[in-house]
Ligand binder design. Structure first.
Ligand code: ARG
Length: 572
């Protein structure tokens, strides 16, 4: 049981008595006591009574004696709550015996589709895909750990008009040679060459158009060439996922092409529902509530004038597939904020059509951009968007160099493994530790720093605890009595007991900076504890208790980082 929950459960009935109905006590950590409850203020306004009176009356009704050492009204009408040491030691002991660190599996498991990564065939993955991949993977890991059935969907851009020109380019190069050129790391140049020919060569353009028709018509050779492009790209993306340490596998590719045969039904069904409007030959839906700058209603184009279907129709088909066939009730879309309107219109259309209705719901987990040191969109020197792989390799190289300098006696393998865990961890953490709706600046110095809210800081805290255990020569005893001798130990105990509340919050908000912030606070509390409370030199009982606190900190850091997709290392 976490402390917020415990105090909330104790205060809620008292508030209900005073208010004559349910009131959330709004318990939170407080700089003045351990916790505070602010709910008396709003309640006082509602009841037209002085807030301090309300707070005092709530206190009189609340059964807090066995859990709080002190409970008092303060300021304009806050309740300040100081938890009894006995309560803390009991709960920490309970935590030590629980291999889920106080986090229960969900009582209401559901099927959740996490749509993330979604790179495009024959194109480099760029930093926008990095954010989607990192955030989506954290969502998948966390929800799975809570006991939900998670279906990872990698909505690969593997269909549409560009494939005409890409296949023609492959044919022009000769299949074998073309496939060679189109291998690791050359995706970008292959695409650019094809594009250049398409833009300048009329005959090539015409061949490309015919090729699209052949592809959609299922022409065998064309399909084979297309598969070649898709497979090479998938192989490349999987290599990136491996480097990035994300849980996406080859089985999770559910490209746009998968829905090709269902697009007709989407349009027919919308038509039957009377939702289709012809606009200049294009079949459109006008979901309510979307207008352009001029106040005109905005169309969602489901079939283009040339008869082709596009991105919106595909997303509608995918949504139906996820609900009807995969049985999902929670649909997550981890996609950049520029696609906010597109997704909102898809969701609104699906809701109007009756395809998306409770208990099923769709959420767009949007995110901002990664900026360069100049505060502008991250670009390479030549002005193109930065390749993801280059970025990851640089992170690993920098972290490996740091590891080598710090530990010159290590063998190459240990140095490389540590460099990889720290470098990749640093990149992922920098992404997850900021509010995802915000842009953030990619700052190597800061994200690799051993101080501050960074992965290396947390990994270092973890490795420091491992070294304590190496020196102790024994593990902590889970049944060792917990002894709290001073404020640093108390503060650490309170942080340890806060893990469950954070995880429970992030299950719904999927705001991973809250989990990151928690882990950072925990590591900081541990540092303060470790500075003031000797562990190995303490007398036996106290030493056991402190080893237990250290071990719980390590387990929590490890589990928390694991949920974020970040590895811990035993030495740093
Ligand atoms: N391929 C798209 C892109 O690169 C992302 C796909 C997002 N998912 C979706 N269901 N639309 O922008």
């Amino acid at each position: 049981m976490d402390l917020e929950r415990l105090l909330t459960d104790r205060l809620a009935p008292a508030f209900a008595t005073v208010a004559g109905g349910p009131v959330d006590p709004l318990v939170r950590r407080s700089p003045r006591a351990d916790f505070q409850s602010d709910a008396a203020l709003a309640l006082a306004r509602r009841l037209g009574r002085p807030p301090r009176d309300i707070a005092a009356e709530v206190l009189a009704h609340a059964a807090l004696d066995d859990v709080c050492a002190m409970a008092e009204v303060s300021g304009p009408g806050f309740l300040n709550l100081t938890v009894a040491d006995r309560t803390l030691t009991d709960l920490v002991s309970e935590l030590a015996r629980d291999d889920r660190l106080g986090v229960p599996p969900t009582a209401a498991p559901e099927t959740v589709v996490v749509d993330y990564s979604g790179p495009n065939v024959a194109k480099e993955m760029h930093v926008g895909h990095l954010r989607s991949t990192v955030i989506g993977d954290a969502a998948a890991r966390l929800l799975e750990w809570l006991g939900h059935r998670v279906v990872r969907v990698n909505h690969l851009g593997d269909w549409g008009t560009p494939f005409g020109m890409l296949i023609e380019h492959l044919v022009a190069l000769g299949e074998a040679e073309g496939a060679d050129e189109f291998s690791m790391g050359d995706l970008g140049s292959f695409y650019r060459e094809a594009r250049a020919k398409f833009d300048t060569d009329e005959a090539f353009r015409e061949r490309s158009r015919r090729r699209v028709v052949a592809l959609q018509g299922g022409d065998e050779r064309t399909r084979r060439l297309w598969r070649l492009l898709v497979e090479q790209s998938e192989r490349y993306f999987l290599a990136v996922y491996d480097l990035l340490d994300v849980t996406l596998t080859g089985d999770d590719f559910q490209g746009e092409s998968v829905y090709h045969d269902r697009l007709g039904a989407v349009v027919d069904d919308l038509d039957r529902l009377g939702l289709l409007v012809d606009s200049d030959g294009a079949a459109c839906v006008f979901p309510p509530g979307f207008t352009g700058r001029d106040g005109e209603p905005l169309p969602l184009i489901v079939r283009k004038r040339d008869g082709g279907y596009g991105y919106p129709a595909t997303d509608l088909a995918a949504l139906r597939h996820r609900i009807d066939e995969l049985g999902a009730t929670r649909l997550l879309y981890v996609v950049g904020l520029p696609q906010r309107q597109h997704l909102a219109m898809v969701f609104a259309t699906a809701a109007t059509a009756g395809w998306l209705c409770p208990p099923a719901r769709a959420e767009h987990l949007g995110f901002g951009s990664i900026l360069g040191a100049d505060g502008r969109m991250l670009r390479s020197r030549t002005g193109e968007s930065v390749k993801l792989v280059g970025l990851l390799e640089e992170a690993v190289a920098r972290a490996t160099e740091l590891a080598r300098t710090k530990n010159p006696d290590w063998d190459d393998r240990t140095t490389a493994e540590t460099g990889r865990a720290v470098g990749i961890g640093a990149i992922k953490y920098a992404d997850l530790a900021t509010d995802r709706a915000q842009d953030y600046v990619l700052d190597w110095e800061r994200m690799l720093s051993l101080d501050g809210n960074t992965a290396p800081y947390l990994q270092y805290a973890y490795s420091r605890i491992q070294s304590v255990f190496r020196r102790a020569g024994a593990a902590a005893r889970p049944d060792a009595p917990v002894i709290l001798t001073g404020p640093a130990e108390r503060a650490l105990a309170i942080e340890l007991l806060g893990f469950a509340a954070v995880v429970a919050e992030v299950e719904w908000s999927l705001e991973f900076h809250r989990l990151a912030g928690y882990l950072h606070r925990l590591a900081t509390s541990f540092s303060a504890f470790y500075e003031r409370c000797p562990v190995l030199r303490a007398p036996d009982e106290l030493r056991q208790s402190r080893l237990l606190l250290a071990e719980l900190t390590a387990r929590t850091l490890r589990q928390g980082l694991h949920l974020l997709g970040i590895r811990t290392v035993r030495r740093m």
